[in-house]
Design a protein around this ligand. Structure first.
Ligand code: NAD
Ligand code: GDU
Length: 339
């Protein structure tokens, strides 16, 4: 019997890629998304990629009745929970909205799961839950902390799930702490598609590559890193998606709850990314070095050993794969808009 997975936020960037990986792994998948940060045509594109109809419920995780109706309509076996607000800067200006969506939304979901007798959840956490450190690679046991309301909501999400799990032995959770997701599906039909000027490096470079932004601002070249620019653990979004499948497979097979990093364990600098993207798009992309961005760390990358040992997960794709797939996606998207 195929297992049915509820994928909240399944029309978003990581959720849509995880949809593809779950379907390919043989799961039946039901998407719940309010499309607050997703394009309306994503389900059609998922249908083209997977060659099968997509089941979508346009609903808000804050609407308990609507969430319960989805559980009533399908026999859900487990949940992969992506639906959240994710902009760090915005979380500082509208903290209550972030706490509401990310924490109250999670509580609604857990209550509905409990009432429906569903006790397996894979949760999108983030490397942002680690306290600032200069001790890399960062293992899961590292000290935790938060520097933004967004990070607080992810830390609270982890704690809520663990606390609830402690009350009833039937609960099993996979808490996945992502490092920096990048790239797109090889079909170039889905990918990251920010509506505003992006804060993150890869979507910003992508917009420079298609000519929507004039030049990349490199935030500082005097960090204590090999080329002076910031170093991060970029992970291909399809590797990340496959990490969710591994976590879910483990929970469905009766494994214990786990908290793991999903990263590559390798660091790439801003200039590495720029060089790789320039190669992918076939021209040297313009950049200028500006002031450091407030709050940025020089270097940040995770220890992937626990995900490998517990789940057999290892990222397979490298920075060139991330840049090539991002370019294929963004150039196609931009041509379609121009058409
Ligand atoms: N992208 C990153 O760098 C990153 C890093 C670490 C963790 N995460 C986490 O991964 C998850 C997915 O991130 P993403 O990059 O795909 O973001 P995204 O914004 O592309 O996807 C989130 C999806 O959730 C939906 N959504 C938002 N609020 C909702 C609500 N109240 N009810 C129903 N649906 C709602 C949005 O429409 C969107 O489709 C989030 O939980 C995010 O915090 C992201
Ligand atoms: O226009 C830009 C954007 C970024 N950078 C640099 O590129 C690197 C990566 O920056 P991102 O904003 O893409 O990623 P961060 O690692 O800084 O932040 C991300 O990862 C964090 C945890 O690692 C949090 O989860 C946060 O929400 C998420 O955006 C940093 O050195 C940054 O200074 C630039 O030089 N120019």
């Amino acid at each position: 019997m195929r297992k049915t997975i509820l994928l909240t936020g399944g029309a978003g960037y990581i959720g849509s890629h995880t949809y593809v990986a779950l379907v390919q792994a043989g799961y039946e998948v039901v998407i719940l998304d309010n499309f607050s940060n997703a394009r309306a045509d994503v389900p059609d594109r998922l249908e083209v990629i997977t060659g099968a109809p997509v089941t979508v419920h346009r609903a808000d995780v804050l609407d308990k009745q609507a969430v319960a109706a989805v559980f009533a309509a399908h026999k859900i076996d487990a949940v992969v929970h992506f639906a959240a607000r994710k902009a760090v800067g915005e979380s500082q200006t509208i903290p209550l909205e972030y706490i509401e969506t990310n924490c109250t939304g999670l509580v609604n979901l857990l209550m509905t799961m409990r009432d429906a007798g569903v006790f397996r959840i894979v949760f999108s956490s983030s490397a942002t839950v680690y306290a600032e450190t200069e001790d890399w690679p960062i293992p899961e046991e590292a000290e935790l902390g938060y520097a933004s309301t967004y990070a607080l909501t992810k830390l609270m999400g982890e704690q809520i799930i663990r606390q609830v799990a402690g009350s009833d032995a039937r609960w099993r959770h996979g808490i996945l702490r992502y490092f920096n997701p990048a790239g797109a599906h090889e079909s170039a039909l889905i990918g990251e598609d920010p509506r505003d000027i992006p804060n993150n490096l890869m979507p910003y470079i992508a917009k420079v590559a298609v000519g929507e932004l004039p030049t990349l601002n490199v935030f500082g070249d005097d960090y204590p890193t090999p080329d002076g620019t910031g170093v991060r653990d970029y992970i291909h979004v399809m590797d990340l998606a496959e990490g969710h499948v591994k976590s879910l497979d483990a929970l469905m097979a009766g494994a214990e709850s786990h908290i793991v990093n999903l990263g590559t364990g390798k660091g790439y600098s801003v200039l590495d990314m720029l060089a790789s993207y320039s190669k992918a798009c076939g021209r040297d992309l313009p950049y200028r070095v500006t002031e450091r961005r407030a709050g940025d760390l020089a270097c940040y990358f995770g220890d992937p050993a626990k995900a490998k040992a517990l789940l057999g997960f290892q990222a397979r794709r490298d920075l060139d794969d991330m840049c090539r797939s991002s370019w294929a996606w963004i150039s196609r998207r931009s041509n379609m808009r121009g058409a």
